[in-house]
Each structure stands twice: as structure tokens, then as C-alpha cells.
Design a protein around this ligand. Structure first.
Ligand code: 26Q
Length: 807
């Protein structure tokens, strides 16, 4: 049973003592940051107690271990969730209260590690929480970026990027593990030599970089499991020598130092877009190689050189193709370092690595120029060539003469390395992240592979950890639910379904509403603290929070608000339920159109602010610097969740689940996990609109449609579009939005115009239903009650049953 020696009194003493020892201050003189450090390290002490025991047990553990490789882990702040998982939150809160300190003020001092872009990175973090909470032995592996995703500011109606120096005040949660340092080699050339009839390969004249692990403990909920999130940091193997090397003209050695200093510098800010940048390739290989070397070292510690056992004792899940070089890297280690032959090595690799796909957008499928891989990783490239040769032999037998198909399926083709083909061909499981996405992978993206090896393909619908996304971020709702149905749902989130009868209980609905009202107030506190702004708390809260991307169609939402504005201004009798439209989104710094959409939204917000009458019904707020912390304030306050992606494009979505769990209704397309949300709650408790995935896919393959018809037939759209370019929106730069106008009119590849009518009608139904308070609240309660299947505990159990077989 979990240790619970950290009662209120000992927590108080610990905080006072630490403030004194670390900061040389009394509590009364300490800053919030100093108090935060003391509280966090108190909680850390508690985790460390368990971690020590967990690591002792690890040493003798002979079962299977999971390595979850991801180039991003968007963990969010740790203090609150750690306190929740240790069941210490009440004690911490009361201890601080006794000391005259508001816990919220202390907790907000924690810097958020922005080590991810969006969905894929946040999913990895939710998985870590569920793995530990279900007691599964797992290690998350990633890069310790010095700078996380840029911080976003909005200046003069535009996004401005600032560096995210998240390590500025140190990181309480990490512990360096220099004993597990690995060497990762780049460049050089391959030499071969024969020994006893066998050809061996060695790479000479490489640039060597040290990979030093920094470990972050991941404590399970109310159990003794503490897993590790291992973040690799690059170091130069010859820090001292280098300066000398540089001045003496040994530039290769100097490069070695520079390489080490630059690898972990910054997270690439592109989401769902794969640019073939050399440094990115180096980042991917760096952490993948370090992880696999470590995994094999640990395997050997446990099982010696009985490598035939490897697939039984280790499983490697790669989060999209980014860590896909794990495949040739494991081959390299087994052959070049452990002396296995090709066939033996490949049989092991193909039973050890499993691949999750997160996108079907062609611009996000990872490809590398062959020359780049050959230059940076010559031995890995050789292995890829041989792998490709053998694969193409096999494909030739299956599809004799069908060159186009074979090239389409090959690892190496048209001077590029196709990471998705590598991962599909060489892994033992390929999964999509929602039911619809799984179908699209089988029928379209990987159709040819599916025909050849159907047994590999599966889907596992994403999930979110209900501990962060309900228990921690919405404390009042947590209490209300627990009063109604008890606390079984903490460990079995599907028990949330027991809330269903309460949807018909008027007193409960009113309580539910009161919690929402409180959360709207808390949202405003955050908004005021972050950007000095407040909005009405009695308006409906409607939110679209996610990365800015054309396929996610923030533009559809904005265009609709624009039309509403015109209706209000044109018709003195027009009324609607007053609404706050919340946007939060970062655009990749180089994504011109995404940035333009932000400008459009901000211009709309400004236009509305100028009209007292419009403001009585409409407010638009753009929450700056969307991050996990902002989401934790937005989700609980939201009543309507906007999930507008062009059908077939959003692999799953996970924000949709967070809103739903917190009692928001969804307005959305039948895309990604929205499909399953609609199945859970029933069509009467969700607002579905727009083209279906099949229709949209067919239309796309036909080469699109002519938006001009919509323009001609719909006077409201026509008016809004004209205002985009006539100076109504941005009098100071009337032509700025021209590119948006142009795409809507002539190149509407995401079907914004086509879906507008249907969206507008769905919004009309929302407006009607919201006025029936009982009806709306009933639907809201049903949404929370049905959200249990979208808890990541369910997702992780499914991965374990279908793919990992850990316990
Ligand atoms: C790859 C190579 C080079 C440069 C960039 C990239 C890159 C980086 C990030 C490619 C893709 C991503 C991120 C993808 C992502 O977040 N996908 C989302 O994954 C979620 C979790 O499964 C889904 O819910 C979302 O639907 C999906 O968009």
C-alpha cells in the first residue's frame, strides 16, 4: 500500500525548513517562486521515497518493459498533478492555508515545460500518467530541449514569437543520470573487414556526441509505481580540449563541440508539417540511438546475450515516424555490436517495434533526402539500402511488374527515405488513433500494405488522463461528481457513467451549472493575470483551442462570427444569446496563412469592440500563448466546443475529449474521435454538421469544387468576403487579408465555403437549445457521464491487450 507519511503538519514543517535552507528567508519574506520551490521539493521528496523502492524492484524485474519513444512530451506543470496522484493535494492545500498562503498563487509559479507542439506531444504525456497509474513498467524517452515551443505574444494584431527559456529557474522535477550516458555518432565513413568469413562494418572518423539522461519521475495515482520520463541531453565528449582544437585549426573537433551544443537547443515548431531539415534528422537519431543503446544495455544486464528473448522482454512504441530510425539502429546494434546475422537481427527487430500513425496529411508524412541520411548516418543508410533491397524483392513477388506500386511502398524511392513505409514494413503493429482514422489508413494511406499484411493493422482511439483533465483542473466538478456517485471513477473512469441518472435531476443540474459559473470566473482570473483582460461571465462560452491549421478551420468559425456581426449591425431587431468566442492557437512561425487567420480573428475582435451594440451579443477573445496551463483554465469554463476539421483530416483530436469531459457540448464534423463522441452521447446530444469524410475525400480526389457557386448564392458570405478586402476589417492595411479571400474564392481546399451553410444551421440550433436551460444542462451532464471511455486508462489497456502484452 502507498506510503502516506506526508500529513499536513509534516508538509508545513518541510516547507518552512526548505524556504529557510534554500532561500535563507522566513516564510513571511519569501517570494511566491521561493515558496513554490519549497512546496515542489516537498512533493518531490515524497515521490523520491517511492522512486527508490521502485528502482530497487526494477533491478530484479524479469518481465517485459515498454519504451515509448516520442520527439515530444507536452507534460504541462507537474506540481498539482503529482500532489493529486500522491493523494496529498488536500494536505498541501490545508498546510498552505494554515501558513496563510493561497495554493493557486504558489502553483502558478511553476514554469510549464513546452516540450511539444500539440496533440501528439500531449498524448504522450497523458500516456505516461496512465501507464504509471495502471502499474505498467514503462519508460518515456525524448529530447531535453533547452528551449521549448516558442512563447506567443499578440502585438498590433499579429503573432510575435519569443523564446521559451523554461529552464531559467532550474527544474525541480529532473535528476541527471550520468551513469547511463551513451555515445551517439554522426558522419564519418564505413569500413568493412572480414573475420572468419563474416563481413564486419565499422564507421570511422565520426563526430561523437554524448547523450546524458535527465530523468523525471512519473508517479502513478494512489499506487507505488514511479516510472521515468528520460530526456536525453547532448554534451561534447571533449569540452576542455575544444577551444584549443578550434584555435589550432582542427575544425572537425570544433564542429563536434558545436554539434553537441546545438542538437538539443530548440524544439521545431512545426505541427503536422514535415520539413526535411538536417538538424531535425540529427535530433531524431540522437535520442533514438541513445534510447536503443540503453534498452539493449539494460536487456543484457537482465538476460545476457539471449537476444532471441528480446521481443518478449522489450517493446518499443514509436510515436509517429519521428523515432523510426529505431528500426535500422536496433539492426546496427544487434549486428555490428552484438554479432548477430542479418536474418536473425531482422526477425528480432520486426517483433519489437510498433508504430502509431498520427496523420494522413501528405505534407506531414516524413521523408528525408537520401543524400542527407547517407552523409549524416552512413551505416544506418547502408542498412536501409539492404532492408529496401530485401523488401522490394518481396514486393516484386507479390506484385510482379507493378513498378509504380512497388515504388510507392518502398523505403527508398525517388531519392528519398520514406519513413512511413519503413515503419509499416518493419514493425509488428501499426495503429491509427481513432476508428475513422484506422479505416482511412487501411483503405487509403497504407492500402497496399494493408492488402499484403492485414494482421498488423489496428486502431486504438486516443484518450486523455482524467486525473489532470478533470480531477486536477476542475476541482469543483470533481467534488460534485464524487458527492453524487462516490470516488470509484478515480481509478475506473468509465464509472462516470453512473452520473447518467443525474442528468434528469434538477437539483444536480443546478449544481453542475454553478460549477460552470465558478469556472468561468476562474477563466477570467487567468485571462486578467495573463493579458489584463476580462469578459462577461453571463455570456455563453464557446471555444476553439488547438494549433492554428487550415484543415482545423478556425477560418470557418471566424467567418461565421463575421456574418453574425453583420446581422447584428444590419438588423436592429436581431437578437441572439450573447456569446464569448474564445480562440487559443499558435501558428508555426513560417506558416503564412495560419498567421493571416490569426490577424483576421484579431481584426474581427477589434471591430466588434468598437460597436456597443455588437458587444452586447458578441465578444471575441484570443488567449495568448496557448499551452497546457491555459487549457486547464479554458476546458472547465467552456460550454460549446468547436471541432470543425475538414472530415477525414483530423486523425483523432484530443481537445474534443477534454471539453466533453468538462461538460461542454460539441459542434463538429464527423471526423476523428468526434465520430465516437457522437456514438457515445447520441446524435441528440451533439451538433454535427458538414460533409462526411468519404464525400470530402472523393471531392478532393476529383480536384475540388467551385466555391464561386456558394459566393453567388449566399449574400451573407458575399458581404463578409467583400469586407475582408475593402478595408472594413483592417483600415490601416486594407489588402492584408487578400490571400485568405483569394483562397476562399478560388482554392478552397478545406471546403470552408462548402460547409458554411450547414455549420451556420448547426449554430442556429445551438442558439435555440441554449435558451432552454434544462435541456442544455441535461445534455452537458450526459456529455461528462459518457466521457469515461475517452480516459487514457482505457486507451493504455487497449494498447497493452492488442500490442504490448506487458502485464
Ligand atoms: C515531422 C518531421 C519533420 C518536421 C515535423 C514533423 C511533425 C511534427 C509534429 C509532424 C507531425 C507532428 C504532430 C502531429 C500531431 O500532433 N498530430 C495529432 O496527433 C494527435 C494525437 O494522436 C491527434 O489527436 C491529432 O488529430 C493529430 O493531428
Amino acid at each position: 500500500m502507498p506510503t502516506t507519511s506526508f500529513d499536513k503538519e509534516s508538509i508545513k514543517q518541510s516547507i518552512i525548513g526548505k524556504v529557510q535552507r534554500y532561500s535563507g528567508r522566513t516564510l513571511a519574506d519569501a517570494t511566491d517562486q521561493q515558496i513554490y520551490q519549497a512546496v515542489a521539493s516537498t512533493i518531490r521528496d515524497q515521490i523520491m521515497q517511492k522512486w527508490v523502492t521502485a528502482r530497487e524492484q526494477d533491478k530484479t524485474y524479469m518481465g517485459k518493459r515498454l519504451y515509448y519513444l516520442s520527439v515530444e512530451f507536452l507534460t504541462g506543470r507537474s506540481l498539482h498533478c503529482n500532489a493529486v496522484n500522491l493523494c496529498s493535494m488536500e494536505n498541501v492545500r490545508e498546510a498552505l492555508m494554515d501558513l496563510g498562503i493561497n495554493w493557486r498563487h504558489v502553483f502558478r509559479e511553476e514554469p510549464e515545460p513546452g516540450l511539444g507542439n500539440g496533440g501528439l506531444g500531449r498524448l504522450a504525456a497523458c500516456f505516461m500518467d496512465s501507464l504509471a497509474s495502471l502499474g505498467m513498467p514503462a519508460m518515456g524517452c525524448t529530447i531535453r530541449y533547452e528551449y521549448g515551443l516558442f512563447r506567443q505574444r499578440l502585438v498590433d494584431g499579429q503573432q510575435v514569437e519569443m523564446p521559451d527559456n523554461w529552464l531559467e529557474n532550474g527544474n525541480v522535477w529532473e535528476v541527471a543520470a550520468p551513469d547511463d550516458t551513451m555515445e551517439v555518432r554522426f558522419g564519418g565513413h564505413v569500413e568493412s573487414y572480414e573475420i572468419g568469413g563474416r563481413t564486419n562494418y565499422e564507421v570511422r572518423d565520426t563526430h561523437t556526441v554524448l547523450a546524458v539522461p535527465y530523468d523525471m519521475p512519473i508517479a502513478g495515482y494512489d499506487n507505488d509505481t514511479v516510472n521515468t520520463l528520460r530526456m536525453w541531453r547532448a554534451r561534447s565528449p571533449r569540452e576542455e580540449l575544444n577551444f584549443g582544437a578550434f584555435s589550432s585549426g582542427d575544425y572537425d573537433k570544433a564542429l563536434e563541440r558545436d554539434l553537441a551544443n546545438i542538437i538539443c537547443k530548440v524544439l521545431y515548431p512545426e505541427d503536422n508539417h514535415a520539413e526535411g531539415k538536417r538538424l531535425r534528422l540529427i535530433q531524431h537519431y540522437f535520442f533514438t540511438s541513445a534510447t536503443l543503446q540503453y534498452a539493449v544495455k539494460d536487456f543484457k544486464r537482465r538476460f545476457g546475450t539471449r537476444f532471441n528473448l528480446l521481443p518478449e522482454k522489450i517493446t518499443v512504441q514509436i510515436n509517429d515516424t519521428h523515432p523510426g530510425l529505431a528500426i535500422p539502429e536496433l539492426m546496427r546494434i544487434l549486428m555490428d555490436q552484438e554479432g548477430l546475422g542479418w536474418d536473425e537481427a531482422q526477425a528480432i527487430v520486426c517483433k519489437t517495434i510498433a508504430y502509431t500513425n498520427h496523420t494522413v496529411m501528405s505534407e506531414a508524412l516524413e521523408k528525408w533526402p537520401q543524400q542527407m541520411v547517407r552523409d549524416q548516418l552512413p551505416r544506418i543508410y547502408m542498412i536501409l539500402e539492404e532492408m529496401n533491397r530485401r523488401l522490394c524483392d518481396r514486393l516484386w513477388n507479390a506484385y510482379p511488374g507493378d513498378w509504380d506500386r512497388i515504388a510507392h511502398m518502398a523505403i527508398l524511392a525517388y531519392d528519398q527515405v520514406h519513413m512511413a513505409n519503413l515503419c509499416v514494413a518493419m514493425s509488428y503493429a501499426v495503429n491509427g488513433v481513432s476508428k475513422l482514422h484506422g479505416e482511412i489508413l487501411k483503405n487509403t494511406t497504407f492500402h497496399d500494405y494493408y492488402t499484403l499484411m492485414p494482421e498488423k493493422f489496428t486502431y486504438i482511439t486516443n484518450g486523455i488522463t482524467h486525473r489532470r483533465w478533470l480531477m486536477a483542473c476542475n476541482t469543483h466538478l470533481r467534488k460534485l461528481i464524487t458527492e453524487a456517485i462516490g470516488d470509484k471513477w478515480y481509478k475506473e473512469p468509465q464509472a462516470l457513467e453512473e452520473l447518467l441518472p443525474f442528468a434528469d435531476d434538477k437539483a444536480f443540474r443546478e449544481q453542475f451549472q454553478k460549477v460552470k459559473q465558478f469556472n468561468k470566473h476562474q477563466f477570467n482570473n487567468m485571462l486578467f493575470q495573463r493579458q489584463g483582460m476580462r469578459v462577461e461571465e453571463d455570456y455563453m462560452y464557446d471555444a476553439q483551442c488547438k494549433r492554428l491549421h487550415e484543415y482545423k478551420r478556425q477560418l470557418l468559425n471566424a467567418l461565421h462570427i463575421h456574418v453574425l456581426y453583420n446581422r447584428i449591425m444590419d438588423n436592429p431587431n436581431y437578437t441572439m444569446v450573447p456569446r464569448v468566442f474564445i480562440f487559443a492557437a499558435k501558428a508555426s512561425p513560417g506558416y503564412y496563412k495560419a498567421k493571416l487567420i490569426i490577424r483576421y480573428i484579431l481584426a474581427l475582435a477589434k471591430l466588434i469592440e468598437k460597436s456597443p451594440r455588437a458587444r452586447q451579443m458578441l465578444r471575441v477573445v484570443f488567449v495568448e500563448n496557448y499551452d497546457v496551463t491555459a487549457a486547464e483554465a479554458i476546458m472547465p469554463a467552456t460550454e460549446l466546443s468547436e471541432q470543425l476539421s475538414t472530415a477525414g483530416k483530423e486523425a483523432s483530436g484530443t481537445g474534443n475529449m477534454k471539453f466533453m469531459m468538462n461538460g461542454a457540448l460539441t459542434i463538429g464534423t464527423l471526423d476523428g474521435a468526434n465520430v465516437e463522441i457522437s456514438e457515445q452521447v447520441g446524435m441528440e446530444n451533439i451538433y454535427i454538421f458538414g460533409m462526411r469524410a468519404e464525400t470530402a475525400g472523393a471531392l478532393e480526389r476529383e480536384g475540388g469544387y467551385n466555391p464561386m457557386n456558394v459566393f453567388e448564392q449566399n449574400a451573407e458570405i458575399r458581404r463578409a468576403l467583400m469586407q475582408m478586402i475593402d478595408g472594413t476589417l483592417m483600415p490601416e492595411s486594407p489588402t492584408a487579408l487578400q490571400a485568405l479571400y483569394h483562397d476562399l474564392m478560388f482554392d478552397d481546399r478545406y471546403f470552408v465555403m462548402k460547409d458554411f451553410g450547414s455549420y451556420s444551421m448547426a449554430q442556429h440550433r445551438v442558439n435555440e437549445d441554449y435558451q432552454n436551460r434544462d435541456k442544455w444542462l441535461r445534455m452537458a451532464v450526459i456529455n461528462t457521464a459518457k466521457s469515461g471511455v475517452f480516459a487514457s486508462d482505457r486507451t493504455i489497456r487497449e494498447y497493452n491487450e492488442k500490442i504490448w502484452h506487458l502485464i
